[in-house]
Design a protein around this ligand. Structure first.
Ligand SMILES: [Zn+2]
Length: 92
């Protein structure tokens, strides 16, 4: 058994084993290739384009998520403060 440089890779998106030539170059990856094949990468780029979100829209979405997160944080903090022992309350 020889440890040859792999010439194929399983695509992280479509899970199909394809030759490395089907993967776009990415120097930040160990094999110097993207972890998704070219067709999948193109499809994902197209999907991103389809979203057609402007930076302002993206920011609005992020703010909405941040707000939800902040609300959850406040809620969990309130419940801890109201019930520091973690004992279930039974109303009055
Ligand atoms: Zn693929």
């Amino acid at each position: 058994m020889t440890k040859a440089t792999p010439t194929t890779r399983r695509c992280g998106a479509c899970k199909v084993v394809k030759p490395l030539t089907d993967y776009a170059a990415d120097r930040s990856r160990p094999l110097g290739k993207m972890y998704v094949c070219k067709p999948c990468d193109k499809a994902r780029a197209a999907a991103r384009q389809d979203l057609r979100l402007t930076p302002a829209q993206l920011e609005a979405r992020f703010r909405r998520l941040a707000k939800q997160h902040a609300r959850l944080m406040v809620l969990s903090r309130l419940s801890i403060e109201a019930n520091p022992e973690g004992v279930p309350t039974h109303g009055e």
